[in-house]
Design a protein around this ligand. Structure first.
Ligand code: SF4
Length: 232
């Protein structure tokens, strides 16, 4: 029997952050995450107060079919969550490769990676488990979310074994960015100036509300680090 993935939502949009910023991308958001970040902007994938009525169980073949129907050739696929590394992604990645799609993952790296991913974005989280060494070593880019000033040092301390060519982003957590929190934004600026390897990041899709334009994206207002009014 084919493995079925619990799909919380899927939508065609563009990548709003990181090295691939601005490129057309099909997002598959899987259900479930044990990390419980208090500012999570995808709390519908795990928080008991925001559980959806149900998730759609889809095989790799099902997902290939919707990716082909709902996005043109050339758009890459981003598997995110929740925490997608909890699932065996090998069948899904292989099936998407077979139709010529590149596949990226966004993960907090808490388990071994399964699947021949083309791009790994690691976002270590300070609330649950730190990332596994094998995922740090595989990461193409790292996204450290900065809610409090100590988050920069704490995130960097998890990166032993990171490749020299991996890009390291410092992202203001969305409520901090939205409120233009001077302490957090200035701390990121100073960190980048002191360590030129680091880059200052932003969640550009939230300014555009780009994800919202797809009928399949979750429109429920879910708080935590998100914006009730905008639905993130
Ligand atoms: S790891 Fe990501 S999905 Fe999981 S709680 Fe933290 S921010 Fe949310």
């Amino acid at each position: 029997m084919s493995l079925k993935y619990p799909v919380y939502e899927r939508f065609y949009t563009w990548q709003g952050e990181g090295v691939h910023l601005g490129r057309a991308a099909y997002f598959i958001r899987l259900y479930g995450c044990p990390q419980a970040c208090p500012w999570c902007d995808s709390a519908g994938t795990w928080h008991r107060d925001y559980r959806p009525n149900g998730v759609t169980l889809m095989t790799a073949a099902d997902l290939v079919s919707v990716v082909q129907q709902e996005s043109p050739e050339g758009a890459f696929v981003v598997v995110t969550g929740g925490e997608p590394i909890l699932f065996d992604l090998a069948p899904l990645v292989d099936a998407l490769h077979a139709i010529g799609r590149r596949v990226h993952i966004e993960t907090s790296g808490i388990a071994p990676l399964r699947g021949d991913l083309d791009w790994v974005t690691l976002s270590p989280k300070p609330f649950g488990q730190w990332p596994e060494a094998s995922v740090v070593a595989r990461a193409d880019e790292v996204k450290i979310i900065v809610h409090d000033l100590g988050d920069i040092r704490a995130g960097l301390d998890t990166l032993t074994g990171l490749r020299d060519d991996a890009v390291v982003w410092l992202h203001p957590e969305w409520s901090r960015a939205r409120n233009r929190d001077a302490d957090v934004l200035n701390a990121i600026t100073e960190a980048v100036k002191a360590t030129p390897r680091l880059r200052a990041g932003y969640q550009m899709h939230k300014l555009y509300r780009a994800d919202d334009l797809d009928a399949h994206s979750d429109k429920r207002p879910i708080p935590l680090g998100g914006n009730l009014e905008l639905g993130y």
